[in-house]
Design a protein. Structure first.
Lengths: 506, 79
């Protein structure tokens, strides 16, 4: 049994040291080299006497970023990725919440890192690898570490305007990778084509399932997704057989029938998740890949990555709902109504029971206690379940279907966004009087209604400094005044009404 | 030519690209002004507005390099 996630890498180095594990544009690394670099980085941290401390990792998506993740893991500390795509202000907010002992970056991003933080010591990864190349951490270190120790913190959108740091342990991730290997029938012949950013939870599958099953992963250059012919040819030439993409990326290809560019019958497994998959695009992919297996994954960062999955096994017509299926083998899905009674024939909230649950939110036990709660079914012993906030129901096949979020959180382009977080950031801009975000489900647009003496362009510019691009509203409506309900709160349902009448005018 | 440029700027902004401080030669993708989803949306908008269809390989980095290159491509297609 593996105790730490790095045990999978050690095993791979024993069994297939010279196999290439990660490939990016002009670079690749074998299992053996991956461990050498990771151990060198771990030595740099060991030398600084850091143990069980948070380490910020400031990188763009790259092999070196993965080497650093694993280096932090070998050293017995835990990492948190601050992606270079994050605006400075958001990066600062994350660093304030994390209070890391160190920040690791590469030469290219060192000056920006220095701009973002004055207090946190910065390590340049290339320099550390040069210094400690070929060295390994003290053998006793592994003995002192536990499966219960934290591996990483991954930030997700929070409703208060402050992102929440979800804490994942080695144990949770080990449980998860074992589940996915079984559910998706993965083995050492698997070649994954990565699309999602590393700060997005779906990448946990790409990185760690690869290492656990001794497979191979390509980081497909981001630019290729803008030009579907390029991504299709990349898959063809590199024999990619497994893809785990957000539906909008799959749609980018099928929208323009990008399949014409090359034969991609090498693809045997298509995983998608993070947002609702449009049936039209699923069908286009299935027509091109009649022999491939298609899986809809459902999950959240709080449960490591995914908890439920559905293998597409019948025809779907437009308007049909693709279920999220059933839980992984070591996971239980519980559906409760508002009276905390298990329901089978009505809509209820999904709770997850699993050893892949995270510890909750970093430095926020009160928020953790709200959603990681005692199993409502009993009080005989401590039995923590995660309250997902998602509404689901069982269909006629006994599969679970996703209905929507209980509160105002939305899934937009594969990412979870709390509309409140956008609103909180808009309110802090000078000149904005009031604002409210509505999600237009049909058009998949975040619509911002606002009032005040300010132009939308100025709000965009200010907003870009504090929130990432994917959270930016896609439509802007300036109004004299926002509608209020009798309690004086902004009336969201009335705003949705305004939105549909605006849509009808056009 | 200049009319097309203004139209393309408006189209790019309508799909969510922020062109403030960006001239007609700025590399849209490298500078992070436009992302893959926005390029896909722009393809659709251009096809609608100018009534032609992109060939798959016309959706490429050279055509979508800048406002100017997109405009030049449209002008060529309309001839």
């Amino acid at each position: 049994m593996e105790k730490l996630i790095t045990d999978f890498l050690d095993k791979a180095v024993d069994l297939c040291p010279d196999k290439t594990v990660f490939i990016e544009k002009d670079n690749k690394v074998t299992y053996k080299e991956l461990r050498i670099y990771a151990q060198a980085i771990a030595r740099a941290l060991e030398e600084r006497r850091l143990l069980r401390k948070p380490v910020a990792v400031f990188f763009e998506k790259s092999i070196m970023c993965v080497e650093t993740f694993l280096g932090v893991a070998y050293s017995g500390n835990f990492y948190c990725l601050i992606d270079i795509d994050m605006p400075d202000a958001r990066a600062k907010t994350m660093l304030d919440a994390l209070k890391p002992s160190l920040l690791i970056t590469d030469k290219r991003h060192a000056s920006r890192a220095k701009k973002i933080t004055k207090e946190i010591p910065i390590l340049i990864v290339e320099e550390q690898i040069d210094l400690y190349y070929g060295q390994i951490v003290c053998k006793d270190l592994r003995t002192s570490l536990l499966s219960e120790d934290i591996l990483y913190i991954l930030f997700t959108s929070g409703s208060t305007g402050i992102p929440k740091g979800v804490i994942t342990s080695h144990r949770a991730l080990i449980s998860y990778v074992n589940s996915v290997a079984e559910a998706y029938r993965l083995d050492e012949n698997t070649i994954i084509g990565n699309q999602v950013p590393f700060y997005y939870v779906m990448s946990i599958f790409d990185i760690y399932a690869t290492i656990a099953i001794r497979a191979q992963m390509h980081i497909i250059p981001r630019k290729y997704f803008a030009f579907p012919g390029m991504v299709v040819r990349y898959i063809h030439y590199n024999n990619i057989n497994t893809i785990n993409w957000v539906p909008s990326a799959l749609a980018l290809v099928s929208n323009v029938n990008g399949f014409k560019a090359a034969d991609i019958s090498c693809v045997k497994t298509v995983l998608f998740g993070g947002e609702v998959m449009p049936v039209k695009h699923l069908n286009a992919w299935r027509r091109v890949l009649p022999n491939a297996s298609f899986f809809n994954g459902y999950g959240s960062t709080e449960c490591t990555e995914a908890s439920l999955f559905y293998e597409v096994n019948r025809e779907f017509n437009e308007g049909d709902v693709i279920p999220i299926g059933r839980p992984y083998s070591n996971t239980e899905a519980l559906v409760f109504n508002e009276e905390n009674k298990i329901v089978e024939n009505e809509v209820g909230e999904l709770y997850i029971r699993s050893d892949a649950l995270s510890y909750g939110y970093y430095r926020d036990n009160s928020l953790t206690d709200k959603v990681f709660i005692q199993n409502p079914l009993h009080n005989r012993f401590r039995d923590i379940v995660y309250k997902t906030g998602d509404l689901v129901r069982y269909n006629q096949y006994g599969e679970i279907e996703y209905i929507g979020r209980i509160d105002d959180q939305i899934k937009h382009m594969g990412r979870r966004i709390a509309l409140g977080e956008i609103e909180a950031n808009v309110s802090s801009i000078n000149g904005v009087r009031e604002n409210c975000c509505i999600y237009d489900n049909n058009k998949q647009q975040i619509v911002l209604f606002f009032s005040g003496e300010i132009e939308s362009e100025k709000i965009v510019n200010e907003l870009k400094k504090t929130i990432p691009d994917y959270m930016l509203p896609t439509r802007w409506e300036q109004v004299k005044e926002l509608p209020r309900n009798p309690n004086g709160k902004i009336d969201r349902s009335q705003l949705s009404g305004w939105l549909s009448s605006l849509n009808n005018e056009k | 030519m200049s009319n097309t440029i203004n139209d393309v700027r408006a189209l790019a902004e309508s799909v969510g690209a922020n062109l403030s401080g960006c001239d007609n030669q700025t590399n849209l993708f490298e500078e992070g002004i436009i992302d893959s989803l926005q390029i896909a949306l722009m393809v659709g908008e251009i096809e609608k507005k100018y009534s032609f269809q992109f060939e798959l390989d016309e959706i490429n980095p050279d055509v979508f390099e800048s406002i100017e290159s997109i405009s030049a491509f449209i002008d060529k297609k309309r001839k």
